[in-house]
Design a protein around this ligand. Structure first.
Ligand code: ZN
Ligand code: FE
Length: 255
């Protein structure tokens, strides 16, 4: 059976995500940015929270864990082993290559260092779903706070190697501003032009996600640093893609 998914805004631009396996009723929150909207969504659906899958230690992804544990004392909190101390309260520590289950649905843990050193993504291969946290955004990527841009780039290449049809859920709704920046460095990209028009307005829920890997490969400048058009707009035609990535990330930081 298909996983059921609900998304909603938390805080200012974080995205709350609930995933439920209908076979068993197992229900996971991807990160815990803010307890109230997560609890409200669970109440509305009549779902019981059984798991929290944490992507990384930043406060806007973990600060709701305690309140969710109070509301659901049996909830199991899973997160990256190397960030366990910073996150606190993990019931299960995972590393690259581990498999975790939601009911009968398997998710592979993929280590994606860059935004934070221990950042992980959760890939439900059979369901063609990726929960990318703050690594990959629609037409954008996270800031490399704890590692070099080259490290983040390698992590994005790992994600780009997943099947094209993979649906991607992200930690933040940054799509509109990312589209503007993407157009500034890749203005002749027709797929990007069409997408920027398509996302010119947010949905009633204030969300444009999920996205799909195929679409990101066609429109996300951070996955397109080997393209001559993008290299040229940065004055780096023919340069190493990792170097182009670093320059692009730097320009975005200043945008
Ligand atoms: Zn973060
Ligand atoms: Fe974040």
């Amino acid at each position: 059976m298909r996983l059921e998914i609900r998304q909603f805004l938390c805080l200012k631009d974080n995205i709350g995500v609930l995933v439920r396996a209908p076979e068993s009723g197992a229900t996971a929150a991807i990160d815990a940015p803010e307890p109230e909207p997560i609890l409200a969504a669970l109440r509305k659906e009549g779902w019981t929270l059984t798991d929290i899958f944490v992507t990384h230690h930043h406060a806007d992804h973990v600060q709701g864990i305690g309140a969710l544990q109070s509301a659901f004392p049996n909830v199991r909190v899973t997160g990256p082993a190397s960030e366990a101390a910073a996150i606190g309260g993990l019931d299960r520590e995972v590393e690259d290559g581990d498999t975790v289950y939601l009911g009968p649905h398997a998710a592979k843990v993929i280590s994606v260092p860059g935004h934070t050193l221990g950042h992980v993504a959760y890939w439900f291969e059979e369901d063609a779903l990726l929960f990318a946290g703050d690594t990959l955004f629609a037409m954008g990527c996270g800031r490399p706070f704890e590692a070099s841009p080259a490290t983040l780039y390698r992590s994005l290449l790992k994600l780009a190697a997943l099947p094209d049809a993979t649906q991607i859920y992200c930690g933040h709704e940054y799509t509109l501003s990312n589209a503007r920046f993407a157009l500034s460095v890749d203005p002749r990209n027709e797929a990007l032009q069409r997408r920027a028009e398509a996302v010119a307005e947010l949905s009633a829920e204030g969300l444009t996600l999920p996205t799909q890997l195929r679409l990101e490969k066609a429109t996300n400048p951070f996955l397109r640093v080997a393209e001559p058009d993008i290299q040229a707009s940065l004055g780096l035609l023919g340069a190493d893609p990792a170097e182009v990535f670093a320059a692009l990330r730097e320009r975005k930081n200043r945008a």
